[in-house]
Design a protein around this ligand. Structure first.
Ligand SMILES: Nc1ncnc2c1ncn2[C@@H]1O[C@H](COP(=O)(O)OP(=O)(O)OP(=O)(O)O)[C@@H](O)[C@H]1O
Ligand SMILES: O=P(O)(O)OC[C@H]1O[C@H](OP(=O)(O)OP(=O)(O)O)[C@H](O)[C@@H]1O
Length: 212
């Protein structure tokens, strides 16, 4: 008998895109979970159980094995550096991580960078040979250069609307970001048949979508 797959699903913008992909792959799962306050959702018809998590926590649940697999942005994987097995690039929730600043930015003696991704930003500037102080913020990062907390920020850019509306410019695009399917290393061995079947189904939808 097939084993139930415990899936850590990020609430928010990734969920909507991931659920559409799962449904295209023939899995009967809810398209939206914004209405529910329930955090664990049994989905016996899909052979799954969804654990609805904050996006940044998904790799933690998977690393500890309380979820067998999870869906998470590459930005979070780079930042968190958890021991999980990256199985598939789902090609959804596409955006980029960039260095952003005011149009008249020039390098000063003391440079401060605000970001939700302090590890990624510190590593990036170290590799570039730039000495910067990194300040961690948890949202509305674009505020920082506008009100003088930081000279530049490292943040996600998708449509560029947030930058335009706040008079900021994208100085460097650091990485392309998409969501990934990740697995716990033990689960990948113990539930290999179920995980592989899911990967195969998703892979065919991803291929079909790239051809379009
Ligand atoms: N425009 C975008 N801005 C930020 N993240 C994006 C964007 N487009 C796609 N993503 C992806 O979506 C993920 C963020 O999802 P979301 O915005 O729902 O959560 P969050 O803001 O990190 O969390 P929360 O709102 O629960 O604090 C990122 O990790 C990234 O991979
Ligand atoms: O290029 P755009 O399409 O404008 O998207 C980018 C914006 O979206 C994200 O913010 P989010 O909506 O997650 O809010 P937050 O600032 O609270 O994290 C990100 O941090 C940018 O601010």
């Amino acid at each position: 008998m097939a084993e139930t797959l415990k899936v850590a699903m990020p609430k928010g913008r990734i969920y909507k895109k991931a659920s559409a992909l799962f449904r295209e792959a023939g899995l009967p799962i809810p398209l939206d979970v914004d209405e529910t306050r329930k955090l664990v959702i049994p989905l016996p018809e899909a052979g799954m159980e969804f654990i609805l998590a904050k996006p940044v926590d998904v790799p933690t649940y998977v690393e500890y094995g309380v979820a067998d697999i999870g869906i998470v942005g590459k930005d979070v994987l780079i930042e968190e550096d958890k021991d999980v097995y990256e199985l598939l690039d789902l090609g959804i929730a596409r955006c980029r991580m960039s260095v952003i600043g005011l149009p008249d930015w020039t390098p000063g003696i003391r440079q401060r960078v605000a970001t939700k991704y302090p590890n990624t930003a510190s590593r990036y500037f170290r590799e570039q040979g730039q000495q910067v102080e990194v300040v961690k913020l948890n949202g509305s990062i674009e505020l920082a250069p506008l009100i003088g907390l930081a000279d530049r920020i490292v943040d996600m850019v998708e449509t560029g609307q947030t930058l335009r509306e706040n008079g900021l410019v994208e100085m460097t695009s650091m990485f392309e970001i998409t969501s990934r399917l990740v697995a716990n290393r033990v689960s990948y061995r113990m539930k290999n048949r179920e995980i592989q079947e899911l990967c195969d189904r998703l892979q065919s939808v991803i291929f079909a979508n790239t051809d379009k």
